[in-house]
Design a protein around this ligand. Sequence first.
Ligand code: PGA
Length: 253
Amino acid sequence: MRRNIAAGNWKMNTSLEEGMQLASEVVNMATAEVVKDIDILLIAPFTHLTSLQKIVGEAKNIFLGAQNCHEADSGAYTGEISAPMLKAIGVKYVVLGHSERREYFAESHALLASKTDTVLRHGMTPVFCCGEKLEIREQNKHFELVEAQIRESLFHLSADQMKKVVIAYEPVWAIGTGVTASAEQAQEMHAFIRKTIANKYSQSLADSISILYGGSVKAANANEIFGGADVDGGLVGGASLQSREFVEIAKAF
Ligand code: PGA
């Protein structure tokens, strides 16, 4: 059955020292307090990952994630980080297609399809992000858009590959804005995503995939959002930079 996941996306925040402090606090609190069987992901800047590995260590169900990687395994791509580099330092999850990468780095459906292949080939789990901008929702085209994002970047995968993917639905209008999608809006889209996957693959495969919600999740709203039958956790930005707040989110299932 699918896993519940609380994923903290630190984005381009924290010095190494701050990141190590944050990770230590999360590991300590989560180990002592989070009794439910959930996975906690710390999706930190590349420069922090090796040091964080020592902190996360053997902690039960706490894993490291990266925020991006290149689609090639190696080569003349100055400034990029490859999947084998991440794999070698113990990274288990790689976020792909975050709306900030789509927007500022022009990541296309085809590029994300290729990155997904690479991450899977190296035995890590892609956390594939999708979600619409406000004007798309206002035009009532959000289902169409999210369906296209998933179809164009994931539907070339075999069933065996697809069941290893985690999906994060993040409406762009809710990211970093303090405006959260309502629990109904989140559940509605998550159910749609699951149905889209079931139609292409099978209901049992769709039922095995974790679908996370992202966009202004905080301790005060997590329980309500995670209450949706198809909402399997959160991809948390701002609130993941405070250990107490993030652990409360992890306890909200
Ligand atoms: P936010 O970011 O929680 O700060 O809205 C979420 C994300 O971008 O993953």
